[in-house]
Design a protein around this ligand. Structure first.
Ligand code: P1T
Length: 385
């Protein structure tokens, strides 16, 4: 934004980091579809030399990401897992990471199947209790990796409490803020060092782009991550950056509807006598409800549930019976999606590990979209049967 005035959160979504194009006045950031930039003499250029290192469309997005997370620096990556990968590259063999025992299956796969062989050690703990994190710290712990709310069990971690422990022990805290989005939760305000997003989800908002993001306050951390971004090269193209920039402009409006619909769907499921359990942090008896109320502005549109008849046949029947709600991986788009974590998004976690942490074979996850909520509830009720 052109001045230093503090604006409201919705205004920020539309204007943070974005200025009209100085060469044309175009109000929308142009898609700078270029790989390189002409130099007037060797090393003399207008701030950009090669698009892996920097691109004006990506820069506008990175500035917007920083603005909406109330951070100083944003960095965009080719996917959410590429952003996670960049954080892990801050570490060295022998370093230890304390990670949530409930999180996106692809994050677990990256940790266990890619990074263990490079000498990183991961300890998974139930982050509902901050003591579990404190007890897992060793002299080699360099990073705490948390997701809140978690994917798919909607567990809540007390970010401020974890940040205090991390700070005391000189450990970095990275929060995957994908499920909440920057509209509902700002982990940097609560003391986190790094915020990570799968921008594929609520930030993009329209299921048409795959992208990741990191936001930090510390300049030297930003410089290290920028060096990794440029050296490893997992950068998004300018067209995708444009799409996410456009998505962010309506994030607040979409999230309000995701939250409103999410609450109604959660209650409808709770009232359905064929449903055994509903996971949604807005319920007063949810173990993380009070913390969620404290650190989030609302409870979001992600819900998981289990059926009383959780036989594989019945679970599959329900998953295949929705007419409006599509069976698909991903989340955070305007359209509602239904997903079976055990065989889809979290299939890379060994079954034994999943079950131990509460992710049952029967769990069904919903990304509640922004359609008319009565249509969604009717669709779910007819599918549950
Ligand atoms: O898919 P990608 O943009 O690479 O982001 C990975 C990722 C990271 N963190 C969380 C919390 C996520 O949910 C994801 C991606 N998740 C799905 C595709 C899914 O359906 O759960």
């Amino acid at each position: 934004m052109a001045n230093n005035k503090q604006y409201g959160i919705g205004t920020n979504m539309i204007h943070a980091g974005v200025t009209p194009d100085p060469s044309t006045g175009a109000i929308m950031t142009p898609i700078f579809q270029t790989s390189t930039y002409v130099q007037s003499a060797p090393g003399e250029h207008q701030g950009y030399d090669y698009s892996r290192a920097g691109n004006p469309t990506r820069q506008a997005l990175e500035d917007a990401l920083a603005g909406i997370e109330n951070g100083k620096f944003g960095l965009a990556f080719g996917s959410g897992v590429a952003a996670t990968d960049a954080v892990l590259r801050l570490l060295a063999p022998g370093d230890e990471i304390i990670a949530a025992n409930d999180m996106y299956g692809g994050t677990y796969r990256l940790f266990e199947k890619v990074y263990v062989k490079f000498g990183l050690k991961f300890t998974y703990v139930d982050m509902k209790s901050v003591d579990n994190i404190a007890n897992a710290i060793t002299a080699n712990t360099k990073l705490v990796w948390t997701e809140t709310p978690t994917n798919p069990l909607i567990n809540i971690t007390d970010i401020a409490a974890v940040a205090a422990i991390a700070k005391k022990n000189n450990i970095l805290l990275c929060v995957d803020n994908t499920f909440a989005s920057p509209y509902l939760q700002n982990p940097l305000n609560l003391g986190a060092d790094i915020v990570m997003h799968s921008a594929t989800k609520y930030l993009g908002g329209h299921s048409d782009v795959v992208m990741g993001a990191l936001i930090v306050n510390d300049k030297s951390l930003r410089d290290e991550l920028f060096f990794i971004q440029k050296s490893v090269g997992a950068v998004p193209g300018p067209q995708d950056c444009f799409l996410v920039l456009r998505g962010i402009k309506t994030l607040h409006v979409r999230m309000d509807r995701h939250c409103e619909n999410g609450a109604k769907v959660a209650h409808a499921l709770k009232n359905n006598d064929k449903v055994a359990k509903v996971y949604w942090a807005g319920f007063e008896d949810h173990p993380g409800h009070e913390i969620a109320k404290k650190q989030m502005r609302n409870f979001g549109g992600m819900i998981s549930f289990e059926l009383k008849d959780d036989s594989p046949e019945n679970v599959k029947r329900v998953l295949c019976s929705t007419k409006l709600i599509a069976l698909a991986e991903s989340l955070g788009g305007v359209e509602s999606l239904i997903n079976h974590p055990a065989t889809m998004t979290h299939a890379s976690i060994p079954r034994e590990e999943r079950i131990k942490n509460g992710l049952t074979d029967g769990l069904i996850r919903l990304s509640v979209g922004i359609e008319d909520v009565a249509d969604l509830i009717e669709d779910l009720n007819q599918a549950i049967g």
